[in-house]
Design a binder for this molecule. Sequence first.
Ligand code: ZN
Length: 410
Amino acid sequence: MLNIRKLVLKLMAILLIAAILPFNVKQAKAQGGIVVEEPQVAVSFGQSITFQAKIKSSIPIQQVSLLFRGINEENTRVENLTVSPDGFVSFTYDASLNLLPPFSWIIFWFQATLSDNQTYTSDPIRFQYKDDRFPWRDINRANVNVHWYAGDDAFGAAALDAASAGTTAINEFMPVSLSDPIDIYIYSNTTDLQNTLMLGGEKWTGGHANPEFGVVMIAIAPGAGQAIEMQTKIPHELAHVMLYRSLGDTYAAQPLWLLEGIASMVELYPNPDYARALEIASGDNSLLPFESLCASFPADAGNTFLAYAQSQSFVSYIHDSFGSSGLTRLTNSYSEGFGCELGATNALGTPLSQLDVRWRENVLGQNTAGVAMRNLLPFLLLLTLVLMVPLWGAIDLLRQRRRNGNKSKR
Ligand SMILES: [Zn+2]
């Protein structure tokens, strides 16, 4: 009985799909009122983007517009174009006034109103807004592409090796997705990278990942220190991309200490200055509370460094205490919309502030109960004084009374 009902439902579904399919095909054909020939995009990074094409149709064209936007942008730019008799159209966009992120993906399409008063839309075309100011060289393995312009062949190969090793390290904490390509752009100095980010309207933060585009941008100078720099910066930025790929839109809902902590944890060469920074801050009681590192990191360089050092140590502590599954529960909890403090309670049974205390005790060897006592000491002294003044008065009064009593006895 149940099986027959299932069969009938299945048949109905098949019939429904069969009914929809030809309709879709017809619609697609109806949109074909225009043909876009030889579409071309010329990018001059930070300056201009020139779009060109030939718009063809069987009946006269009344009007043509170019529409384009970054794939993650919500507003579409619309430009009316002048059409030559042969259908040629061209538009140059001023990218120095209207900044677009470096290596971001842009889609464009054309809309034309023909003499039948109908508006037809072409299929969208994607292109990448690449930084073309450097003679990039490329090397790739398994969907990981390394691009560099200073340094020899060995430099590129070493960067690719650091990426592979980083991917292996990341895989211990979270799923690694290489189904979409990853592009690692290595600038030879921070000034070049800073300029690129500035021309793209983005802020400088050391390394840089645009995880939604699968793009990593870092600055590494060829030379003696290149291996260490590659083994720290490349895995770190790759981790940001993988976190984004695993978390999607909820990447932005994660506390910054957690994102940076996980990314710092996969650096293959631990930063020796992190331990020193933690020791000093712990000693002079200037550690930053993790509640203050949820939405942003401090603006000044010293405290930014301390924030990274703390995040790396704190997330490692959480990983050691709760395992990779604990970290996954934590990211899931924040993805579900829990706040910074309660997300930890929900995932690990302990609020963030309490985890902070435990980390200080277990990793930094602080005696937080002792510290709390020391902080209370001035108040306790004051309290004693406040209580002692009336007490003394009372004792004095008693003494006087006794003395008077003795006198009267005499
Ligand atoms: Zn980072």
